[in-house]
Design a protein around this ligand. Sequence first.
Ligand code: ACO
Length: 370
Amino acid sequence: MTISSHVAPAPETTSPGLENTIASETILSHVDGAAGRLIVRGYDLDQISSWSFEALLVLLWKDLAPGQVTEADVQTALGQARAAAFHLVERLLPTIPHLSQVEALRFLLAALPDSQTVPHHVMAVAAVPVFAAAIARNAAGSAPVAPDASLGHTEDFLFMLHGTRPSEENVRALNTYLVTVADHGLNASTFAARVIASTKAGMFSSVIGALCALKGPLHGGAPGPVLDMLDAIGSEDNINAWLSASLARGERLMGFGHRIYRVRDPRADVLKQAVGLLRHGGGRIGFAEAVEAEALALLAEKKPLRPLQTNVEFYTALVLEAVGFPRESFTNVFAAGRMGGWTAHVLEQERLGKLIRPQSRYVGPQPSQL
Ligand code: ACO
């Protein structure tokens, strides 16, 4: 028998980055890149950016998971789950001293057993701040601080990080951040979560896959490098020289450019406003604005055909710095917010019950005919 050299025609291919492919329908969020608009379940970003993170979770999980129908339900469920997650920290944290902070988060999330009784979407959201705060403290040589289940989720995150009750303004700023980044269409990490969920691998496997995608510098790993860039530039008179040299070396400026937005990322403005309200954040804004303006001018000059605008990561860096997170922990804080969206997408995908299995176009050699 001969091996047929005939290859069934593949469907129309798309670009390598799937830019123009609709890979899923969702009721969760929509990114309008031309208008610079983010809609989350029927609300524009600026309508929800002052909501509590718990209220946003009610919206995201509505009709997708049983229980937790009010903000108070979510707050109680998260508080209990944070306490349960802390047991894992006490047991496992001493065994992971040589990992980066995002690797350590990946490690601890991987230790969550599928068999546990707390609803998995609640546990996934609750666990990230517990783990992220303990990991950040561990990196600084401090013991972890146990969660206080009576606090709101955001307030407890800062309490576990600093070991003291945070100011209201810091809680408000971090809350705005968590809500602002909670969901954002079919970004790379959310898509990864949905692919894994479609195999029925379960919530924890799906969101760990998402975290692995988020960790890359082209996705959620950018805000730490944004601060590195601001530090390296150092002063206003060095902005043009530093940015020009970086672009001449073919480097990407962190905090600029986006796959979908062709105008300014609406999340950047919400976060810029949030950092402006902070006592310890305002001072950085003038310098950051000067860097932003020069970067946009240079990018427009260097890539006239590609609109490259400020993305969410630029002002994220300033918010997270101002409320006291070390830059090595920024991706983990991003994951704490995005976990809201990931869990909702996993629940939505599980409901759909359809395996995601696209095709590839084979461009390798054909087997020789026998
Ligand atoms: N600085 C300099 N040049 C850039 C930048 C940038 N920040 N972003 C894109 N470009 C250039 C590319 O070099 C490329 O140029 P070329 O055509 O001459 O090779 C062109 O613009 C198109 O780049 P792509 O990578 O094809 O665009 P894509 O839409 O895939 O990239 C991305 C989007 C990955 C975010 C990109 O803009 C980037 O690397 N930005 C810097 C990292 C960053 O800020 N990441 C956070 C993104 S927001 C988030 O995920 C939450």
